[in-house]
Design a binder for this molecule. Structure first.
Ligand SMILES: Cc1cc2nc3c(=O)[nH]c(=O)nc-3n(C[C@H](O)[C@H](O)[C@H](O)COP(=O)(O)OP(=O)(O)OC[C@H]3O[C@@H](n4cnc5c(N)ncnc54)[C@H](O)[C@@H]3O)c2cc1C
Length: 354
């Protein structure tokens, strides 16, 4: 039995000691801050952005990751004149570049600016707008004024803010609290789950881990053994991927065979007036099993679940291709891509594999 001291703001900062047999730490993460950004109501983070700005006007989104781009899409739909600035060479770093391209093409045509390879170096809150200075990776400097600035440069785990060390729990430099496959930290009856446990910081990973921790506490022989965790950007078009990416296959020297089905050949995609999407599957050429998938297009986030299940079950291309998919649906594109891998696709002419 352990005792902890809990500070309660409801009680005017008074402390209260509570006792527990088990504890699950799920204190999450908070938006990362840039030290030079001043406090100003026109400068918001991803939490502030959820309280929709009435007149967003010229909105600069600092950070072209998933959260920044989702917020950019929302505010574009609400009539803001959106600009996005991203430090790296690619929007949505971590995602295969080909999957981002249809999104980038669409938003380039709609947004005021997409600045890549560009760092924000200073922000000042002026009377007539928020002044932002930029420097490109080639050293070109510029500045511009915006009505609002949304900072979405990542999230930092709350491990260093909760005093977990007092109970002997190890917290790393960045604020993560590691735990094993049963979610136990280095203190066996204290568990950690969710954003505070590690990447990826996603709700479905957090709830999966939470179930494992609760089951272990209840005495079940549970452990986290998911093979893959899907990622989805709820942008327009949506971008989703799971398992091995092409980029990580390359860096890890893993041999893969890629099969792509372009949605321009999908009747369902054409019927909804959107033809920019595609479904990409990566297979192990030796075992013919699915290793990874990437989908861009309408409802990509829904479609990726089938490929996650296929990876979990160790499905081969033929298992997916020979599963009868309903017509006309976007889900067919998963089967068509698998057929393209197997050489059995009849919905699109592809040159014969050597
Ligand atoms: C704008 C935005 C959009 C997102 N969209 C998605 C999405 O579409 N899909 C997805 O999978 N994930 C999404 N995420 C990520 C997702 O929200 C997190 O991965 C998930 O909430 C993590 O769950 P958690 O339980 O670890 O932490 P949280 O959900 O953050 O919960 C932690 C809780 O602990 C509380 N807390 C912190 N410190 C203390 C303390 N000292 N004492 C008491 N309580 C404390 C916090 O107030 C908070 O309520 C998004 C995140 C953001 C910011």
């Amino acid at each position: 039995m352990i005792e902890v001291t809990q500070a309660s703001s409801l009680q005017g900062g008074a402390s209260e000691r509570i006792r527990f047999e088990y504890c699950i730490i799920a204190a999450g993460s908070e938006p990362m801050r840039l030290p030079f950004i001043p406090q100003d109501p026109r400068i918001i983070d991803s939490t502030g952005a959820l309280e929709v700005l009435r007149e967003p006007g010229r909105l600069l989104v600092i950070g072209g990751g998933i959260i920044g781009l989702e917020m950019a899409c929302v505010y574009d739909a609400l009539g803001a004149k959106v600009s996005v600035v991203e430090l790296t060479a690619q929007l949505m770093p971590g995602c295969d570049p080909d999957l981002v391209r249809p999104l980038e093409k669409r938003i380039k045509a709609r947004y005021a600016e997409i600045l890549l390879n560009t760092q924000v170096t200073a922000v000042t809150a002026g009377k007539d707008g928020v002044q932002v200075s930029f420097a490109t990776s080639d050293g070109v400097k510029s500045s511009n004024s915006y009505d609002h600035v949304l900072v979405a440069v990542g999230r930092t785990p709350n491990g260093r803010t909760i005093g977990a060390e007092a109970a002997g729990v190890q917290v790393d430099q960045r604020g993560f609290i590691a735990s094993d496959q049963q979610m136990r930290t280095n203190v066996p009856h204290i568990f950690s789950i969710g954003d505070i446990r590690g990447q990826p910081m996603l709700a479905h990973k957090a709830s999966h881990e939470a179930k494992v921790a609760a089951e272990v506490v209840a005495g079940h022989k549970s452990a986290f053994d998911a093979r893959v965790i899907p990622s989805v950007a709820y942008t327009d078009p949506e971008v989703a991927w799971v398992g091995l990416t092409e980029a990580s296959a390359k860096t890890q020297n893993i041999s893969v065979e890629k099969a792509v089905f372009p949605w321009a050949a999908s009747g369902r995609s054409l019927s909804i007036g959107r033809d920019e999407g595609f479904t990409k599957l990566l297979f192990d050429p030796a075992t013919r099993r699915l290793l990874g998938a990437g989908i861009v297009g309408t409802n990509a986030g829904e479609l990726i679940a089938e490929t996650a299940l296929a990876i979990e079950l160790g499905a081969e291309g033929a298992d997916i291709g020979l599963t009868v998919h309903p017509h006309p649906t976007l889900s067919e594109t998963v089967a068509f891509a698998a057929e393209a891998f197997d050489g059995t696709l009849t919905d699109l002419y592809l040159p014969k594999k050597r």
